[in-house]
Design a protein around this ligand. Sequence first.
Ligand SMILES: [Zn+2]
Length: 173
Amino acid sequence: MTIPSDASSFAELNDYISRLFQYRDSSLLLTINESFSKFYLDILLKNNWKLYFGDIENYEGLTDSNKKIITIKRNLDPYSRDKAICHELIHAQRGENLDDLNRGIQGLRNNAIVEWNARRIRASPTLLSLIWKTFDIPPRIYDRASLLATKELVKPQLLFPSLERDYNFTLMD
Ligand SMILES: [Zn+2]
């Protein structure tokens, strides 16, 4: 069966992952079920992981688990940017490196699992806003999840309604 890439649709990824489940043992299930939560973000932060935007070719994001650096390609559209960030954060959490795609079938399969998880994290307003906050990423609205994520960001400021208005205005600018 064809292994989906980072550019595949979620439907393709989901189809692949669900078919993979039917044939694989429980160790893979465990990998897939790892929850990506505040807990992991805290660990990455405490371990001094840094996230930068830079000029990179061929990839939308790179993870260097030895140097603890994630690099995201500059000037991606907001959805691709957030998707790439989520993808690389999962590689980081798993201690993986940018060469994961070069490890044959196993590498490609692993990357599809990472991407499948990344899509689900990206679609979670709570996790997306947490990631923006944690790594100081400028919020952008481009779909329902990102809209709700900006609302989660400004939650503590609801005591000051004018702030929220100004903030949304800035975001839509
Ligand atoms: Zn990857």
